[in-house]
Write a protein that binds this ligand. Structure first.
Ligand SMILES: [Zn+2]
Length: 126
């Protein structure tokens, strides 16, 4: 299961993020709870080429590691959520820096930019 999709149900990420507002407009088949059997059924359709679009695959990529534990019994992975949130903040920060920083060309032959390459002031009168 990819981390983009819900680990408990088959809702599309855009749907579960606005579930309370859009609940009535979502088809019942799209809001089924995951079971080990439903995962395996979806995986079989992917492998036989019946499902090709990411929206239809619903994040299924493999069999369950422990097929004797139903997804409804999974505990929410707080550590992974926190790592994901920090990664999102970092990615946004790096994107912001990339947008804001202007790359300055270095003087020819200089491997780094330092004060020795700044233009020097000429004393008045010279
Ligand atoms: Zn869900």
């Amino acid at each position: 299961m990819t981390s983009y999709w819900c680990m408990w149900c088959t809702l599309h990420p855009l749907e579960w993020k606005r579930y309370k507002e859009n609940q009535a407009s979502i088809v019942e088949e799209d809001q089924r709870p995951w079971t080990v059997d439903l995962n395996n059924e979806t995986l079989e359709k992917i492998r036989t080429g019946q499902l090709k679009e990411a929206r239809d695959k619903k994040g299924v990529v493999s069999e369950h590691v422990w097929p004797f534990i139903e997804p409804c019994n999974y505990i929410f992975p707080h550590l992974h959520l926190e790592i994901g949130v920090v990664n999102m903040v970092l990615e946004n920060f790096y994107g912001f820096v990339e947008e804001q920083v202007v790359v300055v060309s270095l003087p020819q032959g200089c491997p780094h930019y330092c004060h020795t390459h700044l233009p020097t002031r000429q004393p008045p009168g010279e």
